[in-house]
Write a protein that binds this ligand. Structure first.
Ligand SMILES: Cc1ncc(COP(=O)(O)O)c(C=O)c1O
Length: 416
């Protein structure tokens, strides 16, 4: 059910059967900020039974003020000013603003009882992911977040000496770690359209280049690499060196130019590592669960070099979440809604931005980003850090739709 079809009045809400069903299913979808305000905790909802709780919650609304999220919605619909929130809204780290799904939360609570156990026995994730991705288990490595696997990629390159090639700007976990291990990092600027420049990257490769890193969609610039060009590039480059393809935002992409390259790994491609994460669409960033897919020989090398182990709570949460399509669909739908709110304002104001293929935007503010950050923080909005050389651009992570309306209102006030 879309936010737009939510009835305008609270009594209408109480009577609205579909809405209740949706509440029961998603638990938090339209109650959004009630949790953030601290007046309704996830634990309360989880332990109380969502349908019953939601009914009680809605009946208590006419007294006023129970759910600031609904206030946000009503204000936005009525074009009233949206009040400054009493907490900082994070639009800075590409996190999932909704948190884990309800079934993941239940799994998390249940897993607390297993907290005394090491997670190396009976981890269900390899089997589950193998089934869902239709790929043999020996292609899969698990990480404490995909960042651990990115670092292992950087380490493997560093152990062989020489250099790595990356686009610039991009996500820097792998190159930073490689650099710390003595590898030279060759940064290849994005092209005039701010896209990853595969030709320039191919030209930058030297005889001593051990690894080429690509992030698709890229971060902080949320565009994609055209699928055919990407495939040709990987097959060619992986003949002599590793290609590391970071697909952290894969689930958010809806673009015919894009394709995952998982089929290459599935079909035995050597020298290719693809990573995915439970941090984004599944909202489990704090529990550190990530995956790498590669040829079994490379997968063994990755596993041998890892320094961490996934924690049992994260494993149980991911096990539940990866089977909860409804939550993923909900996160996708609301991320798109948030992007629409921001992008339609930017278009109408003539502000340049990169069309998003992820859960964040990249916006040319025309002002030094440190200054922009500070001014937004005064209004309780935390926006992204500087990404040189685009020092007048803001990376903006999508929060909940009501919060993005507050962002737009604030943008207009500060810079409109
Ligand atoms: C492109 C990209 N890759 C990897 C990560 C790391 O994600 P995690 O370690 O939480 O799986 C991030 C996090 O923001 C990212 O943006």
């Amino acid at each position: 059910m879309s936010r737009r079809s939510v009835p305008a009045t609270i009594s209408g809400l109480v009577d609205h059967v579909d809405y209740m069903v949706d509440l029961n299913r998603i638990a938090t979808s339209e109650l959004e900020d009630g949790f953030m305000s601290g007046r309704v905790s996830r634990r309360q909802l989880l332990l109380g039974g969502s349908a019953l709780f939601a009914a009680n919650a809605l009946q208590s609304i006419p007294g006023g003020g129970f759910l600031p999220g609904l206030e946000l919605m009503r204000s936005a619909h009525a074009q009233d000013a949206i009040p400054k929130p009493d907490h900082i809204i994070r639009m800075s780290s590409n996190e999932n603003p909704w948190g884990p799904s309800r079934v993941a939360l239940r799994a998390i609570y249940n897993a607390i009882d297993e907290a005394n156990l090491y997670s190396f026995y009976g981890n269900p994730l390899p089997e589950l992911i193998s089934r869902q991705q239709n790929i043999d288990r020996d292609h899969i490595s698990l990480g404490a977040g995909s960042a651990e696997l990115l670092k292992v990629g950087g380490l493997l390159a560093g152990m062989r000496g020489g250099s790595i090639v990356i686009p610039h700007p991009t996500f820097e976990d792998l190159p930073d770690y490689a650099e710390a291990n003595g590898t030279e990092v060759i940064r290849v600027p994005v092209d005039g359209d701010m896209k990853t420049d595969l030709e320039a990257m191919a030209s930058a490769i030297r005889a001593d280049t051990r690894l080429v890193y690509l992030c698709n969609p890229n971060n902080p610039i949320p565009n994609v690499i055209e699928k055919n060009a990407l495939r040709d590039f990987i097959v060619e480059i992986a003949r002599d060196r590793m290609v590391f393809l970071d697909e952290a935002y894969h689930e958010f992409v809806d673009n015919p130019d894009y394709s995952t390259m998982m089929d290459l790994v599935r079909n035995g491609q050597r020298n290719l590592i693809i990573t995915r994460t439970a941090s984004k669409i599944h909202g489990l960033a704090g529990l550190r669960v990530g995956f790498a897919f590669s040829h079994p020989e490379l997968a063994r090398e990755i596993t041998d070099r890892q320094t961490g182990l996934q924690n049992i709570v994260g494993i149980r949460a991911a096990e539940a979440s990866y089977q909860d399509e409804e939550h993923s669909n909900f996160v996708l739908r609301t991320a798109r809604e948030s992007l629409d709110i921001v992008e339609s304002y930017l278009r109408s104001a003539g502000i340049k931005f990169i069309e998003s293929n992820a859960n964040f935007s990249f916006i040319e503010t025309g002002h030094p980003i440190e200054e922009v950050q500070a001014r937004f923080l005064e209004e309780n909005i935390q926006v992204g850090r500087p990404f040189p050389p685009f020092t007048n651009w803001m990376r903006l992570s999508m929060a909940k739709p009501g919060e993005m309306r507050y962002f737009v209102q604030t943008y207009k006030t500060l810079y409109g």
